[in-house]
Design a protein around this ligand. Structure first.
Ligand SMILES: Nc1ncnc2c1ncn2[C@@H]1O[C@H](COP(=O)(O)OP(=O)(O)OP(=O)(O)O)[C@@H](O)[C@H]1O
Ligand SMILES: [Mg+2]
Length: 453
């Protein structure tokens, strides 16, 4: 990256002489003959460092320095002072100058100062970037999970969040689609702008339209004042359209138009409003099927589905269950001020074996009620809802088509082990292999880390 140094001095010879020298040093240089011109240059956003004389017409160097240090504190300013004017130098330093240099200018000294100031600035910028990244990771981490499926989703979220691409999040109810939408917004450059959510299924058609696009006063009975719609409120930010599969054709056309033309009118209004909105939508329906049936517009589908993030059901990423269960246990134990440490082996096996048709939401509710029920430090089978409790006796190992023999062996061992609450002797017995062989396989498949005792 090439840095731009601005030299501000009313004396043409000095200005151009310094400029020439700095160019030889490899910087881009811009020149200004007074503070006012200099400030304009700084405001244009293209300046990395300023060297300024103090006494100038229009706007003095001292004034320029004050403006820059209050409005652009990351731009270092080096002040040129006359010989023997110590007060000027002190004043400048007090007002936020990076350093001062006396005239006549020692060019080598100046060159060194500029280099150091820019290095420090670059370091500060990198630090900021790093802090932002850590901040971001904290934000994403409200999504708990370590299965390959969730890892892939993390990766995808990181990749598409910074873009403006529309994202369609699909998956069964309760899998965490809304959390993914949150992460997409929080990791985007729009994070500080509005994040507006609309649950499309909850509203009747006429209300939905006015929620989305707003309405003018008197546009329908009950419209007593002008109201801004969600698209307007989300300007420069993100709009999350939840349950997009539930909206009718009429509203579909209108949303399509906003996506295509970035324009719309309030209900009962004539003026076109222009907005800059990133749209994220979610659905638990199979929209392809809805298109076949004629209930969802294909063109809208393609506009929304620029990137698809599919969140698989919990039963297809069982590796996440122990982690999620533990996270929810901690959350609710804290909420209820109960000192609960974990699950006893049978409870853990049942939670693991259960099919979780309601996905993470159901798991969360289950753990909440278990925490409330629990009478000891460990949650036991009796604390679990009946459906989950029953799965303890009817556990099945599911091996997806497409698995290799070694995949199958890994899943078989993993799930049997979990169903036995981590008891290796019993697991070896059930599998009909020696304990030593089991230990070896557990190590080979890296299962120890996944299902701790
Ligand atoms: N990976 C996860 N880590 C932590 N909590 C999760 C995770 N996935 C889902 N949850 C929690 O489960 C609940 C349901 O998640 P969410 O509302 O995002 O699901 P959804 O897919 O939007 O469901 P629906 O289709 O019913 O709207 C929420 O309380 C959410 O915080
Ligand atoms: Mg949801």
């Amino acid at each position: 990256m090439n840095f731009t140094v601005l030299v501000v001095d009313d004396e043409k010879n000095i200005r151009e002489g310094l400029g020439e020298y700095l160019r030889l040093d490899g910087y881009d240089v811009s020149l200004a003959s007074d503070g006012k011109e200099g400030l304009k240059e700084v405001e244009s956003g293209a300046v990395d460092l300023v060297i300024t004389d103090l006494r100038m017409p229009a706007l003095s160097g001292g004034e320029l320095l004050k403006q820059i240090s209050s409005r652009y504190p990351s731009i270092p300013v080096i002040v040129l002072t006359g010989h023997g004017t110590v007060e000027d130098a002190v004043d400048a330093m007090r007002n936020g100058a990076y350093d001062f240099i006396t005239k006549p200018v020692n060019l080598e000294h100046l060159s060194l100062l500029v280099k150091r100031a820019l290095e420090r600035k670059e370091l500060a910028r990198r630090n900021d970037e790093l802090m932002r990244e850590i901040e971001n990771q904290k934000r994403v981490s409200s999504i708990v999970g370590k299965s390959p499926a969730i890892q892939r989703i993390f990766e995808l979220v990181r990749k598409v969040a910074p873009t403006k691409a529309s994202v369609l999040i699909t998956g069964e109810s309760g899998v965490g689609k809304e959390l993914v939408a949150d992460a997409l917004h929080n990791l985007s450059p729009r994070a500080d702008k509005p994040f507006i959510k609309l649950h499309c299924a909850a509203l009747a058609e006429s209300l939905l339209e006015s929620e989305l696009f707003g309405h003018e006063k008197g546009s329908f009975t009950g419209a007593q004042a002008r109201k801004k719609g969600r698209f307007e409120l989300a300007h420069e930010g993100t709009l999350f359209l939840d349950e997009i599969g539930e909206i009718n054709q009429n509203v579909q056309i209108k949303i399509l138009r906003v996506l295509q033309e970035k324009k719309f009118e309030r209900v009962g209004g004539e003026d076109s409003l222009e907005v800059d909105v990133r749209v994220i939508a979610a659905t638990n329906r199979d929209l392809k099927e809805e298109i076949q049936k004629g209930s969802f517009r294909e063109d809208l589908y393609y506009r929304l589905n620029v990137v698809n993030i599919h969140v698989p059901p919990l039963r297809e990423r069982k590796d996440d269950i122990p982690l999620l269960a533990q996270a929810f246990l901690q959350e609710f134990a804290d909420d209820n001020a109960k000192a609960i440490e974990g699950f006893d082996p049978k409870a853990r096996a049942a939670i693991y074996a259960y099919h979780w048709p309601g996905n993470v939401r159901e798991l969360r509710n289950c753990i909440e009620s278990a925490v409330v029920m629990a009478a000891s430090k460990l949650i036991s089978l009796d604390d679990l809802p009946p459906g989950v409790r029953k799965s303890a006796d009817e556990s099945v190992v599911r091996i997806p088509i497409g698995s290799s023999i070694s995949d199958a062996e890994r899943i078989l061992i993993r799930d049997t082990l979990a169903a036995q609450g981590g008891n290796k002797s019993r697991t070896a017995e059930i599998l009909g292999i020696g304990r030593k062989t089991l230990y070896q396989k557990i190590q080979d498949y890296g299962l120890e880390a996944e299902e701790p005792d």
